[in-house]
Design a binder for this molecule. Sequence first.
Ligand code: ATP
Length: 235
Amino acid sequence: MLELRDINVSYGRRAVIHDLSITVPDGKVVTLVGSNGAGKTTVLKTISGLVRPTSGTIMFDGKPIERMEPHDIISTGVVQIPEGRLLFKDMSVAEHIELGGIRAHSGGRTEAERLAWVYELFPILRERREQKAGTLSGGQQQMLAIARGIMANPRCLMLDEPSLGLAPIMVDQLADAIRALNENGITILLVEQRVDLALRLADRGYVLETGRIVIEDAADSLLENPRVKEAYLGA
Ligand code: ATP
């Protein structure tokens, strides 16, 4: 279980996250919903150790991780797939996937098993394994970013806007992949601008507005929540 308690984050003197508490139970999909600039990416970066909270605690599996280095956080099994994918355009698909295994959490699947699983989840990556990442389509790049993350053997995978820029058919494939990861025991924390999609994939959701959690509920209840409908579902 991943648990954030009373987290505050500032950039310089500007406070952007205020007393934020969220819980991501093992085996669940939790989504963080909010408009641009609400602080969603900041929350993920804080969990990953890329941004330091000014106060509060982050526990993973009962251990505090909020002062750990990013690579040590990955080794505990908490892995972020960044928004915008952050691929190296001249490196091949296979090289990216190999790179993802460098800081792996130990236990569970072996590296060879993860490699086989990644290519089973995303057969197109096997076909394109010698191709440079920069020549892949947007959807294939997103799959590669996820594949690289899986090679780190995550127990909790954080996805930041995975559907951004994808064609509708690719969004469906992405949703299937997220479901498959979760069915295989990976806990998911999802940030997604497509709130309808996020809430259909998730068990629970939190609504973040200007750095504060304003609503927390079961995902199917949030889909029916008038405030959520009006602000995020275009109803
Ligand atoms: P988006 O979906 O647009 O990425 P978000 O909800 O993820 O939005 P954040 O990127 O976390 O929001 O940004 C939260 C606030 O912090 C915004 O007002 C943003 O301008 C500010 N911010 C983000 N990164 C930095 C930074 N490195 N330095 C200063 N301010 C920042």
